[in-house]
Design a protein around this ligand. Sequence first.
Ligand code: PMT
Length: 219
Amino acid sequence: NSKKSLAGKTVLITAGPTYEAIDPVRFIGNHSSGKMGYSLAEEAAKRGAKVILISGPSSLKTTNENIDIHRITSANEMYEKVFEFYRTSDIAIASAAVADYAPKVAATEKIKKNDDTLTIELVKNPDILKAMGEQKTHQILAGFALETNNEEENAKAKLEKKNLDLIILNSLRDEGAGFKNDTNKIKIFTRTEKLEFGLKSKEDVAKDILDCIENQILK
Ligand code: PMT
């Protein structure tokens, strides 16, 4: 894209999983590789944006010098980092798979294998995207919904509840969609429209998402 359609814009993107420590060797995590978020970061940078990429643990690297990458581990760390940059961002896209719960305490020593059962108490993590929706001033705010059932209904509920401008739905019921794959299959819901796309590379999915966001800005 040589038209630099996002020149002068700051785009905040979250990517990857979060890891919630159980003890010094174990954590609660998920299958996110970061590919979807890193593809969005690369595409936004190609379009001339200044990109702030806040990434959970991922083996991926960025290639564009317009991407400032900030690596964090837990949901609480992601929350802190997001709100360092949110106010001055024009567009924010939450593609991270954030753990909803974390161990109440992380053991300081490795937990020993003693009893037949082990119970770990979990406490709710902050909902980062919901807080972004509550503190929205001028930003275009986009979230993801990763669903396994009642997909459209759940996605539309998240659009409302988190005060988003658009939500990108991907379903684990679609082959080649969601985690780890180099491909994804999405639907985008704005306040007024529903857009459906076929299975494509995450690079091309990122283009569709940013095209949709650019259209929202023009409105
Ligand atoms: O990284 P990849 O392997 O490429 O996989 C991409 C992906 C499947 C992770 C991505 O496409 C995706 O769907 N990301 C969102 C995953 C998710 O956690 O969805 P959710 O429906 O549980 O959450 C809804 C939204 O709220 C998301 O934008 C999420 O970032 C945000 N959220 C959720 C919980 C929380 N505590 N804080 C949040 O900000």
